[in-house]
Ligand binder design. Structure first.
Ligand code: PLP
Length: 438
């Protein structure tokens, strides 16, 4: 039973807090995916590590779903944040120097960005992107991919980790979503250009945009073929639809300019969030001037509003994160090399132990699927053995290695992880996988 699960050692204070939380917060958590059977209650974090209320220390690959990029409580970001607290808070009129600095940096580092707006979260950024796409094309439909996640709002909250019988069909993430919103979002298969082309044929001149995570990390790591991303660019352009790269996870993590810098494809719109400010809430939307000016309150016609948008702490944290990444190009060579070391190590353990599993990932991100490869799209993931993943996750957590609990997600190597951390993780994985095989 879930209640027997006792990672590392004691969980008494974690259980007590979870019980108290469950009285006053639905499910005991403020975001649905934070409780999946075991009551985590963290007290602090430092670099690559987190510690819970019961004093158990974990090497953290969860990284707050990827919001932690440089490392927990990094002074690189926290010091400038401390300096701004008590001076600049919130005014609700005009703009601060910080907001201009942030937008300027985004236009400097993101290939397709000429202008940027700041939001408070990734969901707000994708909501604005979809609205802007509808406004500029005068069309209503949106294409997303099975397995992609773009936030909680009606236009996108469907068909992420779908059961095989619901995949590609009508699979909302929530009750209470407008039928018209569900009907307006069409589902395609990642890495299958034909599935997107078929939708454009079925709904001529009705599709406003195609939105995708360039690497769908919400189901681990489906790495796109170059042909696929090039094909999406050409197809959307030919069909008069916008191409939206949701770089909420890939942005800043895989390259300073996001996955668009790596694949050389300029989307029309790009959304950001998560790692952009190393744990402080912020999101953003960027694109060419011609599109972004629709948000101009004087000349444009698309509403952009938000009391806290561009607030000083988030802007400061994002500026500090970007400046740190810019000043340390070895951040990417290091995290990518550690990711490679982890993936190669896991692959050889899988082979040696003789377990049915496939290692996936990109850069500092890695996933372990409990199914055979090759894995190109969601269709290949439907055979994944979720129970095997749950056992792997539980045993790794017991050994002090914190990963995202849901199968078909991913793990993150931050700027604070070391080669020794990776090697210790591999040792633990060898023991766990050997135990699972036995
Ligand atoms: N886009 C992607 C790719 C995400 O992974 C997420 C969150 O997991 C979002 C958008 C939504 O971001 P937020 O949770 O900040 O609203």
């Amino acid at each position: 039973a879930a209640s027997d699960h006792n990672p590392r050692g004691n969980a008494a204070r974690g259980w007590a807090l979870h019980q108290a939380a469950s009285d006053v917060i639905p499910g005991g958590v403020n975001s649905a995916t934070r409780y999946v059977g075991h009551p985590y209650a963290f007290a602090g974090g430092d670099g690559a590590y987190v510690v819970d209320l019961d004093g158990n220390r974990y090497l953290d690959y969860h990284a707050a779903f990827g919001a932690i990029l440089i490392g927990h409580n990094s002074p690189v970001v926290d010091d400038p944040v401390r300096a701004v607290v008590g001076t600049i808070d919130l005014f609700g009129l005009g703009v601060t120097e910080l907001e201009v600095e942030l937008a300027t940096r985004i236009t400097e580092v993101i290939p397709s960005a000429e202008m940027m707006i700041a939001t408070m979260s990734g969901s707000e950024a994708t909501a604005q992107a979809v609205r802007l796409a509808r406004a500029t094309t005068g069309r209503q439909l949106l294409v997303k991919f099975q397995g992609g996640f773009h936030g909680w709002h009606d236009a996108v909250a469907r068909n992420v980790i779908s059961a095989p019988e619901l995949a590609y069909g009508r699979d909302p993430l929530s009750a209470g979503i407008l039928d018209s919103a569900l009907d307006s979002t069409l589902i395609a298969e990642f890495n299958d250009l034909g599935s997107v082309r078929a939708l454009f044929e079925q709904y001529p001149e009705r599709i406003a945009a195609v939105i995708l995570e360039p690497i769908p990390h919400n189901v681990g790591a489906l790495v796109p073929t170059q042909e696929f991303v090039d094909g999406l660019r050409t197809l959307t352009r030919d069909q008069g639809a916008l191409l939206i790269f949701d770089e909420v996870i890939t942005g800043f993590r895989h390259a300073l300019g996001g996955y668009q810098e790596i694949c050389g494809v300029d989307p029309d719109l790009t959304t950001f969030g998560k790692g952009m400010a190393n744990g402080y809430p912020i999101g953003g939307l960027a694109g060419p001037r011609s599109l972004m000016e629709r948000f101009d309150g004087q000349k444009g016609d698309v509403l952009l509003a938000g009391t806290f948008n561009g607030y000083a702490i988030g802007a400061t944290a994002a500026i500090a994160t970007i400046d740190h990444l810019r000043a340390s190009p070895d951040f990417y060579t290091r995290t990518h090399a550690l990711g490679e070391r982890m993936r190669a190590g896991l692959a050889s353990i899988v082979e040696e132990v003789g377990i049915q599993a496939t290692v996936a990932g990109y850069g500092g991100v890695f996933s372990l699927y409990f199914t055979g490869g090759p894995i190109r799209g969601y269709r290949d993931l439907m055979r994944n053995d979720n129970q095997a993943y749950a056992a792997f996750h539980r045993r790794m957590t017991d050994a002090g290695f914190l990963m995202i609990p849901m199968s078909l997600k991913r793990n993150h190597i931050s700027g604070a992880h070391t080669e020794d951390d990776v090697d210790r993780t591999l040792e633990a994985a060898r023991e766990v996988l050997t135990g699972m095989k036995a």
